[in-house]
Write a protein that binds this ligand. Structure first.
Ligand code: HEC
Ligand code: HEC
Length: 104
């Protein structure tokens, strides 16, 4: 009888130890970058290039009002955008005619 209890305890401990590892793995797979970044309050990365012709883009030209699918900045008072927002994986080409409405 004692043996059975001991075996059960060892199995239970093994399962408990494995749980956090399993949860950790699935979180990394199932959660989008955006969900992670908003959950942690970290700045999202730009899905487009930050520069054009070697110069920094005028971020507020699009993000000030939120034109052409650009999300409006929640904090227009923070002017040094690239201090916090890095460039992520590029999904959007801002220089395509449909998005290229930046005023110079
Ligand atoms: C010509 C317009 C334009 C300019 C200029 C521009 N962006 Fe964007 N930005 C966009 C658009 C459009 C999106 C949304 C792309 C999408 O998700 O489809 C975007 C998305 C982003 C996002 C992601 C926001 C989120 O919620 O995930 C960040 C961060 C960002 N831009 C930062 C910048 C920074 C920093 C600059 C200046 C260096 C800049 N952008 C200049 C159009 C622009
Ligand atoms: C001091 C750091 C910092 C600076 C500077 C900064 N941001 Fe952000 N930004 C953040 C953080 C953090 C978030 C995530 C939302 C939040 O917690 O406020 C964010 C969110 C955003 C978003 C996402 C809004 C949405 O609804 O998805 C956009 C767009 C954005 N910033 C644009 C800009 C632009 C444009 C500038 C420059 C004019 C800028 N940011 C400067 C930290 C910064």
């Amino acid at each position: 009888m004692k043996r059975i209890i001991k075996a059960a305890l060892i199995t239970a401990t093994g399962v408990l130890l494995a749980l956090p590892l399993a949860a950790w793995g699935s979180e990394e797979d199932g959660v989008t970058e955006k969900e992670v970044s908003s959950a942690e309050g970290t700045p999202p990365e730009a899905p487009h290039s930050l520069t054009k012709g070697g110069e920094l883009r005028n971020c507020l030209a699009c993000h000030g009002e939120g034109i052409n699918g650009a999300p409006q900045t929640p904090h227009p008072e923070r002017l040094t955008c690239t201090q916090c927002h890095g460039q992520g994986e590029i999904r959007v080409d801002l220089d395509k005619p449909s998005k290229g409405t930046e005023k110079k």
